[in-house]
Each structure stands twice: as structure tokens, then as C-alpha cells.
Design a binder for this molecule. Structure first.
Ligand SMILES: N[C@@H](CCC(=O)N[C@@H](CS)C(=O)NCC(=O)O)C(=O)O
Length: 266
């Protein structure tokens, strides 16, 4: 029996859910409410010592890290059908799966320095920010969250985030090279690993990141939006009434983000 600990709008959870939908895998769903701090419950931290989602439990075996979960499920339950069969394709997929660590960090930075920051600051005192940061078992993760909440787009993490977003979009655009999917005729592990991150930028109203410069990204995202897996794993779990505030929250900061973005071209 597969049990998935996840959160509805967490990008890493969306990534695993979309993979499970493509593979046709059912799971026992355990929702971890990140806003209520359920990730810091000691029982959950026994499964995931960084207090983050997702976590997969397969008959007692605990698997953390969204990219590793995807690879595990494909290997154990899907005949590795989503891993490219050829040498170059495998290297490309493994490289994208590893790069997801930096890509996730970048998307997290852009979310918590814009829309999510505004929402949190509206209900949080400076003392509570310290307490929020102190909850993270990894002090560097706590320090990052605190810096993003205090400094927003002036945070030291913004420059690095924009570099990794540019690498993501530029490489994805180049590797799509006129194809619908990186996997060719159908999504493979690479498409699955990347969709939730690009979708988050879109939901923050930041599709100007690709605009005309990376023309393959918009059609790739649109192709995903037409799939049953996207409907089931992402769209169906967006809480009612939350999409517009997120978009408005991101768009409010877009002019400043865009100025910084243009500067990353050098
Ligand atoms: N590299 C990890 C990142 C996991 C992660 O940071 N998850 C976020 C949600 S996307 C989380 O649980 N955050 C908890 C928090 O913000 O307190 C993975 O890909 O699984």
C-alpha cells in the first residue's frame, strides 16, 4: 500500500501526484496542513526529518525527496517506462531530477518573497517571524525563510533564484526543440518533474519570465493543462478562491521582479 503525505498546493507534492496520476497509481492520502504547521509534528518528523512534504511510505519503506519518489515509483511500479531508454536521455533525466533541488529552492524563494510574504506579514508580528524560522529543523532553511519574510525582493536569495529560473527556462526551451514533450510523444520523468515549478510561476502571474524569449514554454504548459493528470493532481486541489489572490499577489511584485530578471541577462 502506498501512502503519500502531501499538501494540496505544495509544488513538490503536485510533482509527485502528477507522476502518480500519469502512472495510474492509487495512494492513501495524508494531507499535511503546512499553514497550521503540521509538518513540525514530531510523528511526521520521524518520517521526514526536514519537516517538508512530500513523503511516500511504501509498505513501511519511507522515501523522501520528490525527485527520488518519482524515480522510485517509476522503477518499482511502472517498469521504468517514464525513464528514457537511451543513454543520453537517461543522463538528461537524471540531471533534471537532480537540478530540481535548486529549481525548487528558486520557486520557493519567489513565492515567499512576493505573494506568500504579503499574506504571512498581514497576520504575523516580528516575534512570530523568529518563531516561524526557529521551527525548521535545518537552521539554514529557517534563516532563509526569515530573510525572505523580512526583506522580500531585497533578500540575498533573489539573485540566485533568478539565475536558476533562467537556466530552467532556457534549457527547457532548448531541449523541447519543437517537440510537445521532452519525452517526445508523451510526458516522461523530465516533463513530470518540471511541470509544477513552471505552473507555480504561471499562477504567480509571472509568465513574463518566458514571454516571447522562450517560446516553447507556454505551449508545453498548455499541453500539460489539457491532461487528466494535471486536472487531477494540480487543478482539483487548488482551494476555492485562492487562485486569484495568488495571481494578484505575484503580479503586484512583477515590475520589480522583471527589473531584476532583465539584469540577470548581464
Ligand atoms: N527538495 C524537497 C523540498 C521539499 C519542500 O521544501 N517542500 C515544501 C513544500 S513544496 C515544504 O514542505 N515546506 C514546508 C514549510 O514551508 O514549512 C523535495 O523536493 O521533496
Amino acid at each position: 500500500m502506498l501512502t503519500l503525505y502531501h499538501a494540496p498546493t505544495s509544488v513538490c507534492s503536485q510533482k509527485v501526484r502528477i507522476g502518480m496520476a500519469v502512472m495510474g497509481l492509487d495512494y492513501d492520502s495524508r494531507v499535511v496542513n503546512l499553514q497550521k504547521g503540521e509538518q513540525f509534528d514530531p510523528a511526521y518528523q520521524k518520517l521526514n526529518r526536514d519537516a517538508v512534504v512530500p513523503t511516500l511510505v511504501d509498505d513501511g519503506l519511507v522515501v523522501t525527496e520528490s525527485s527520488l519518489i518519482l524515480e522510485y515509483l517509476d522503477r518499482e511500479y511502472n517498469g521504468a517506462a517514464l525513464m528514457p531508454a537511451d543513454r543520453a536521455g537517461k543522463v538528461s533525466a537524471q540531471s533534471w531530477l537532480l537540478r530540481c533541488l535548486a529549481i525548487h529552492a528558486a520557486i520557493n524563494t519567489l513565492t515567499f518573497s512576493t505573494a506568500a510574504r504579503d499574506t504571512i506579514l498581514a497576520n504575523t508580528t516580528p516575534e512570530q517571524i523568529d518563531a516561524l524560522a526557529a521551527r525548521f529543523p535545518d537552521p539554514v532553511m529557517g534563516a532563509k525563510r526569515k530573510d525572505l519574510l523580512l526583506n522580500g525582493l531585497q533578500s540575498i536569495y533573489i539573485g540566485q533564484a533568478l539565475v536558476h529560473v533562467r537556466r530552467l527556462l532556457s534549457d527547457l526551451n532548448a531541449e523541447l526543440d519543437g517537440k510537445t514533450w521532452l519525452g517526445g510523444d508523451a510526458p516522461d520523468l523530465r516533463d513530470i518533474a518540471l511541470i509544477a515549478y513552471v505552473d507555480r510561476l504561471d499562477r504567480l502571474g509571472m509568465d513574463g519570465f518566458w514571454g516571447p524569449q522562450y517560446p516553447q514554454i507556454g505551449p508545453w504548459l498548455d499541453s500539460w493543462k489539457q491532461t487528466p493528470a494535471y486536472a487531477l493532481a494540480i487543478e482539483a486541489l487548488v482551494p476555492a478562491g485562492s487562485a486569484e489572490p495568488m495571481r494578484a499577489g505575484g503580479l503586484k511584485h512583477w515590475p520589480e521582479v522583471k527589473t531584476r530578471w532583465d539584469a540577470t541577462l548581464g
